[in-house]
Design a protein around this ligand. Sequence first.
Ligand SMILES: [Cu+2]
Length: 265
Amino acid sequence: MILAVLVWLLSIAIVVAFAIRRWWFPPPASAVGAEFDSYFGITAILTGVIFLSAQVALGWVIVRYRDKGGAAVQSHGNDRLEWIWTTAAAILFIGLGLITAGLWAKVHIEPAPANAMRVEVLAKQFAWSFRYAGPDGRFGRTSIRMVNDANGNPFGLDDTDPAGRDDIVTSTLRVPVNVPVQLTLQSRDVIHNFFVRELRMKQDAVPGMRIPLPFLANRTGEFEIACSELCGLGHHQMRSKLTVITAEAFADWQKQMLEQLRQQQ
Ligand SMILES: [Cu+2]
């Protein structure tokens, strides 16, 4: 009897902890993020109702079939009930998958709009680098022979290519607010993962692949970029920053970076 009450109390406490949303995600910084949250809400409510009903039933079974001194009776189950709940669970999970498929496709399959700002993202043990094409809109040629972390050339920019002269390489990601951005993820060694909680975005960077990842940040702020794939001893240090700023501030920053580049050349 006490066990049944414990099961019920514990279940209610868990449901309440979810329902009050006290320990929750940080607010989203993109429309896609808000959409993900609404689907998460639907899934949480559906699974929450099922969880609570199952636990209430469990408590009831504990009370109903507790030891009353009689002989135990063997049960061989109920095929019809098994069929019903297995089918119901399958319909529920496939259904949830189908209604969220559009959002998944929007993030991972659909190409970014043509006017999207392109940024290359390079992951390596244990740092992130970002490359902007500069005013000419073209990324300069890179070569594996030119890769040199010590002199700040993680991408291996080939300085004989004029298209690369205005390429801006940074260790944090800076983007203007409400502007579509197309990231291209690549890795130089092992699998890493680009994760920004506020964008509700998580994507592997795989050696030998160039993986597109579009997003549009709809509020300004500073957000953590964390590597979300265990990639070696320094994995915990592999973090950077996404700064979302106004278009004017972004233009100013770009101008400043180009000025620095000119002075170096
Ligand atoms: Cu990593």
